[in-house]
Design a protein around this ligand. Sequence first.
Ligand SMILES: [Zn+2]
Length: 258
Amino acid sequence: MNESLVRFLIFFLSLIAFSTLEFFFQYRKRTQSRKSRWPANLAMIFIGGIAVKIALPTGMAVFSELASSKEIGLFNLFEMSFALELALSIIILDLLVYIQHVLTHKIDIFWRFHRVHHADTDLDTTSALRFHPIEILGSIAYKSFWVMVFGFSYETIFIFEIILNFMAMFNHSNIKLPHRLEKLLRLVIVTPQMHIMHHSIHQYESDRNYGFNLSIWDKLFGTYISDFSSEGVIGQLYYRACSEHKLWALLKLPFKKI
Ligand SMILES: [Zn+2]
């Protein structure tokens, strides 16, 4: 089966599964209706997908093949089993994505685009799709650079991207997990109750819990918080009105004065 089709099917099934779970096990009351947020959030991932197809039709595979054919990149210099290479690559890629996320908050020009994601006033599985197309292209460029440095294989990138998309849709979802399961999962992975604090309206909380997959990076680098100390309002201070969350407003948001 075609790789793009596999990715789309996993994405589509995750969307149905998480939105169904949100319906039955809702964590927080919505402040805006799905109708006012979902069309723009879904359109953003659609536009982002088209932008990537135009900019890089064959995806990051081209960099992986280039690194392999030129025998550059750390993983092309050492012999190891596929399982070990995959495990190491996923851990390294996850750390790189954590660093990238910190940078998108700390560097003004990157934050302009990343705040489109943070302006969402509620968090649910569609929030994980709401990234500005330019941020998506920037993210592809960042990862492509590291693909050349480490020589990640095509299979590795394919599997990591599926895990990352699935986990982002999971940890943005509005699902209340049983308390014990939540605590247990959080020992290893980022849960919805852990990630939601990163979407706080207060910077002292949005500068925490940057991880997307493994929870270890925040704990290791001192950016972890276990609970809200604020009242737990989600979003950005200046983008509260429904009109700010229409598609065109989201596409223009990075170019507005902060
Ligand atoms: Zn963020």
